[in-house]
Design a protein around this ligand. Structure first.
Ligand code: RM4
Ligand code: MN
Ligand code: MN
Length: 433
């Protein structure tokens, strides 16, 4: 295709905004007045929301897939460069996602300077690099079928270490400052694996990865309860992750993927604990009903998301030492347009953030200190039930985005254009995970 790829013009967004402006401003002013009665400065909140940023996962802009099938959508990005184009649209319209989290080797290219240049031309930068030792790649010498960093065979462990070191090298070229390591290592049968030795091998291998980190880099250890291993997983929970991070050293922190816990686990308390022990790396945001469902953030349990942010704001307010969490989305979009899902998810994260910011912390603390259980709960509920949508819209507008990102995106015809420009390819490597 020789014609220039379609982009959404600034004029188009300006027209969209002009049409909605009067109603947006009216709603915002009403909200600002209501907040002022509670002693809250809406303008300051808008500034905070504008500064909020969450990274887009490159694998999230393609259609995901389940273990049964993948149903590709029209105009899917066929490579990392096209993925960046889609990430740029998400940022152009919703203005909450200035960074991209790449996955290696899915996003491997020959020329990383060109990749970085392409992203920065769109105003985008690179966040944490994700390594992948949960799949075998074409031409790979040794298989990860029975594990990677914790494999019984030292040669497989060495190969997995080398891959992670390569990810650091790639990340350096892209301007990243962190490596995220999630391993699928575990076992399917009682007795299959020595639970103690497997963890020992993992920590020893991670020490080598850790040693390759530049001074200003961090490594994020991502735990996950189960899947693909169904009897035991080496880094199954925040306790294993924390202990490993502790043994590795100060550059190792624990990453919380919201879908990686047992059902009904109190994730916000895990967050509070990791903050307390100065080991919270950040998040892979998504939502779930049963397991690692990778559903859109805030679509199943928005109150839980709010409670997570409540802990984060609590930590921020009391200037918790070492508190600098990295925010990333990790979702799999199977029945929606990924661009729409990612914009909506970013907005839901901003919403939870803004709602957590308007909790009356003094009143909450007073209720907690006097054991007023319901009073304390109502302080949270008051914030959670406040509709901050107009504030989010104004933040988007002031940041140069679209008032109603999904509406604008649909009206732009972006996907239809891409469907023509990007003739369908088969499954992407980002499919069945
Ligand atoms: C895993 C985990 C990792 C992600 C892969 C694709 O379940 O969430 O973060 O990189 O899926
Ligand atoms: Mn994840
Ligand atoms: Mn996951």
């Amino acid at each position: 295709m020789s014609t220039k790829p379609f982009t959404i013009s600034a004029d188009f967004i300006a027209n969209h905004n002009a049409r909605l402006e009067a109603a947006t401003v009216e709603d915002y002013q009403a909200l600002a007045r209501a907040l002022a009665r509670r002693g809250i400065d809406a303008e300051k909140l808008v500034e905070k929301v504008i500064a909020f940023a969450v990274a887009i996962p490159t694998w999230g802009v393609g259609t995901g897939g389940t273990r049964f099938a993948r149903f590709p959508g029209p105009g899917e990005p066929r490579n990392i460069f096209e993925k960046i184009d889609d990430c740029a649209v998400i940022q152009q319209l919703a203005r909450a996602t200035p960074t991209i989290s790449p996955h290696i080797p899915w996003d491997k290219v020959d020329d990383y300077a060109a990749l970085r240049e392409k992203a920065s031309a769109h105003g985008l930068a690179f966040d944490a690099v994700n390594s992948n030792t949960f799949q075998d790649q074409p031409g790979q010498a040794l298989s990860y079928k029975f594990g990677s960093l914790s494999h019984t065979d030292a040669r497989v462990r060495a190969q997995a270490v080398a891959h992670n070191v390569e990810c650091i090298e790639i990340g350096k070229k892209l301007g990243s400052k962190a490596l995220t390591v999630w391993i699928a290592d575990g076992s399917n049968f009682a007795g299959q694996s020595n639970l103690t030795k497997a963890l020992d091998r993992y920590i020893a291998a991670m020490r080598e990865v850790y040693a390759a980190l530049p001074a200003d880099w961090r490594v994020f250890l991502e735990h996950k309860l189960y899947e693909p291993a169904f009897y035991s997983t080496v880094i199954s929970d925040w306790g294993s992750s924390f202990a490993a991070a502790q043994e590795l050293g100060p550059k190792a922190l624990c990453l919380v993927d919201l879908g990686h816990h047992a059902p009904n686990v109190n994730i916000e308390q895990i967050v509070a604990r990791l903050v307390r022990f100065k080991k919270l790396a950040g998040f892979h945001f998504n939502d779930s009903k049963y397991g690692d469902d990778d559903l859109d953030s805030g679509s199943v349990e928005p109150f839980r998301l709010f409670l997570v942010f409540n802990e984060l704001i609590d930590a921020e307010r009391r200037k918790a030492e070492g508190f600098a969490p990295a925010y990333m989305i990790d979702q799999s979009h199977n029945v929606t347009d990924p661009i729409e899902s990612l914009m909506q998810s970013a907005i839901e994260l901003q919403r939870a953030y803004a709602q957590a910011l308007i909790v009356d912390r003094a009143a909450l603390e007073a209720a907690q200190e006097t054991n007023d259980a319901l009073g304390a709960h109502l302080e949270l509920k008051r914030a959670f039930t406040t509709d901050v949508s107009p504030l989010l819209a104004v933040a988007r507008l002031r940041a140069g985005g679209a008032t109603a990102p999904i509406e604008a995106y649909r009206a732009s015809g972006y996907r239809a254009h891409k469907a023509k420009e990007r003739p369908a390819v088969g499954g992407t490597s980002a499919g069945i995970v």
